[in-house]
Write a protein that binds this ligand. Structure first.
Ligand code: XMP
Length: 514
């Protein structure tokens, strides 16, 4: 379907996904594969170009990740090595790499040595670049020459005839302001891409693909959460299958204030989805009764969700497919150099459903990043209020109420959350943060109101910046804003006399408190 493909071989860099995003932003489709992908698989995909990512290793370590034999000879598309990728290709082609006396981390000034090189075409002779390396190339492989330096360090090399290029700096990060142009030169000038990856093209192809899969008499079911991903997936599948798709939107009693009613109305009236709203709040509260342990809460909610969804889907009859809003970051076979990761939190979406119901999956967004999903959603006519909505966890407010869950605590937190979100909009800060929410703490503290002593609850406000939710930093929200939220919460909501702001990043904390 995709006419042009750039393959990114992942050597474990924290920036690999960023490379993919930068490539896609230029309208070129790309995929990330692990460095040990077989050469046959790579050749089958017939890429227009290959990028070797950075990575935490040193190329001369014994178990350093490498490409398979015959790689450079058999791939006839251009190759660009970034950081570790450049060192690897230099070593593999009989050049020399060694540890630097001076490690380079952060900003550096790069000097382009010749205007002839295509990689730096139409760029100034001096560039601000971002470095993050301990090793560097000290001996060039035969046929290569240096095209840029930073101080006495070789920062870019190439063999124009073989179309192999290497850069020591990171063109994919925002701190290399013209990095995008360097990647552009590689994609368009060197690989000859045209840029045929657009939202409209994607939608058209995806609708055709779904029509080919789903037969005239097949029924499709889709779980909606009110969030961006499931909504975009549902609307896309609706375009392809119409009424054969039934959407199920479950109220677990743990959503934000009025969210169930408002979102359901939007699904029905504005997006014209075939949707069933199921209010199962009471059942969820029942299974959550008395549970305080975070994992036990997650398991109870996940299990109940599957029961409710299964029951509802069974009423439709003859369902063959389940739509999921899985995104690309969830499916990338990322290179973990620390072994399989441990379970930090058992995430609950519709996981477990396909097996239980014996359904085949349709995942129309599995090649997309979140920002691309928003673009597709915009083209599909989905309102901004859904597209810009902050991520919201499947177990909802249950993981934002520490300790056991009661309808009263949920109601209290909903009120606090409403004020916080309203103020974020009022101060035009909502879109500035990845996520913002309030947490109800299981502690009481002493306060004073008028002439009276109070002994009431504490809420914590959390707001983070992030690009993918994997790492996050606490948002530096203005004090004026925090002051306004805090005073509104304590004056408008009975039962809360203290507001604190969470200043923890992830890691070591996580975004949600449970
Ligand atoms: P943590 O708390 O693990 O959260 O740092 C990372 C991101 O994931 C969201 N989150 C969830 N999303 N089901 C979801 O769909 C879940 O069970 C779940 N738990 C956390 C969280 O809100 C943040 O955006």
């Amino acid at each position: 379907m995709h006419h042009e493909l750039i393959l990114i071989l992942d050597f474990g860099s924290q920036y690999t996904q960023l490379i993919a995003r930068r490539v896609r932003e230029q309208g070129v489709y790309c995929e990330i594969v692990p460095f040990h992908q077989s050469l046959e698989r790579i050749l089958e995909k017939n890429p227009k170009g290959v990028i070797l990512s950075g990575g935490p290793n040193s190329v001369y370590e014994e178990d350093a990740p490498k490409v398979g034999g015959g790689f450079y000879e058999r791939i006839d598309a251009p190759i660009l090595g970034i950081c570790y990728g450049m060192q690897l290709l230099a070593k593999d082609l009989n050049g020399n790499v060694s540890p630097s006396e001076r490690h380079e981390y952060g900003h550096a000034k790069l000097k382009v040595l010749s205007g002839q090189t295509q990689l730096f075409q139409n760029l100034p002779f001096e560039l601000d670049v971002w470095m993050s390396h301990g090793d560097h190339v000290v001996g060039l492989p035969a046929g290569f020459h240096t095209t840029a330096t930073t101080g006495d360090i070789v920062t870019a090399i190439e063999n124009e005839e073989k179309r192999i290029y290497g850069v020591q700096f990171h063109p994919e990060v925002a701190h290399t302001p013209l990095g995008k142009e360097v990647l552009r030169n590689f994609l368009f000038g060197i690989c000859g891409c045209k840029g045929d990856w657009t939202a409209k093209q994607f939608i058209k192809e995806e609708i055709e693909k779904i029509r080919q899969i789903v037969g005239e008499n097949d029924n499709v079911v889709c779980g909606l959460s009110g969030g961006v991903d499931s909504t975009v997936a549902a609307v896309l599948v609706h375009e392809a299958t119409g009424k054969r798709q039934t959407c199920i939107f479950v109220n677990n009693g743990l959503l934000r204030a009025d969210e169930f009613e408002m979102t359901l109305a939007l699904y029905e009236k504005e997006l014209h989805l075939n949707v069933r709203g199921v209010d199962a709040s009471a059942e969820f509260y029942r299974v959550l009764g008395g549970i305080s342990d975070p994992e036990a809460k997650r398991k109870a909610i996940g299990g109940k969700f599957i029961d409710v969804f299964d029951q509802e889907a069974n009423r439709i009859g003859d369902v063959k497919y389940l739509v999921q809003g899985t995104l690309y970051p969830d499916v990338i076979e990322s290179v973990s150099l620390r072994g399989a990761s441990v379970t930090i939190k058992s995430h609950h979406n519709v996981g477990g459903l396909p097996e239980k119901m014996n359904l085949k999956l349709i995942e129309p967004l599995r090649e997309l990043f979140k920002d691309e999903v928003r673009l597709i959603g915009k083209d599909l006519g989905i309102p901004e209020e859904i597209l810009q909505r902050h991520p919201f966890p499947g177990p909802g407010l249950a993981v934002r109420i520490l300790g056991d869950i009661t309808p009263e605590k949920v109601e209290l937190l909903q009120k606090v959350d409403r004020i916080y979100i309203e103020e974020l909009h009022r101060f035009k800060l909502y879109k500035e943060v990845w996520q913002a929410f309030a947490v109800l703490l299981p502690i009481q503290s002493v306060g004073v109101m008028g002439d009276f002593r109070t002994y009431e609850k504490t809420v914590a406000l959390r707001a983070v910046t992030s690009t993918d939710g994997m790492t996050a930093d606490w948002a530096r929200l203005p004090f004026d804003f925090l002051q306004s939220v805090s005073s509104r919460i304590t004056s408008e909501i009975r039962g809360v006399n203290r507001v604190v702001y969470d200043i923890s990043s992830k890691p070591p904390s996580t975004i949600e408190w449970e």
